[in-house]
Ligand binder design. Sequence first.
Ligand SMILES: [Zn+2]
Length: 235
Amino acid sequence: MLANLKEKVWKANLELPKRNLVSLSFGNVSGFDPGRRLVAIKPSGVPYEKLKPQDIVLVDLEGRIVEGRLMPSTDTPTHIEIYRAFQGVGGICHAHSEFATIFAQARKPIPCLGTTHADQFNGPVPVTRQLTPTEVRGDYERNTGKIIAKRFSRIEPLHIPAVLVAGHGPFTWGKDPDEAVGTALILEQVARMAMGTLFLNRRQEALPTYILRRHHERKHGPGAYYGQKKEKEND
Ligand SMILES: [Zn+2]
């Protein structure tokens, strides 16, 4: 079971350079086993081409290494805070992908300007507040996770599975590591399209709410009908 999770996390990490979401050894993907309350995460500073499934580090929700001979990613406490705060999240991805990071650096949320965005995110992708000097001098990575959780105090994290950390970059999440990476990819695409749209029309209004909701709900709502119908269990 945990070997399976480590394998999944390893594979999802390899998608980051493949999909041009990261350079060098930047970025990290983790997965969460809710039964055992353990996080599997990329080790710190290992180049992607050298990364092996057995290098993936297992930590508990206190950040203690449970299995692995390498140090976990320096962003591990941020991932842990997100797993602690958001129910149902089984994978997290962090990358400094270019266009999403541009919005994070501008401290601007990504507005929902079209249905590509609405299919994935049920509203603008929020940006956190800036960390205070005390928060940065203290437990910086854990505090990053805490301001993310705080930003979602009135947002359902599974309906908007991404955040921009002010002056830093995006974190995305999903039911598993694969989904978190897929969301990072779509986030990058919608950030790029939003920037292009705002370039053509600086005053472009957001997509009307009735179109946004319709698009989001046909994929994610209780009556979702996008894609192929699932076969009945007994069929
Ligand atoms: Zn980062």
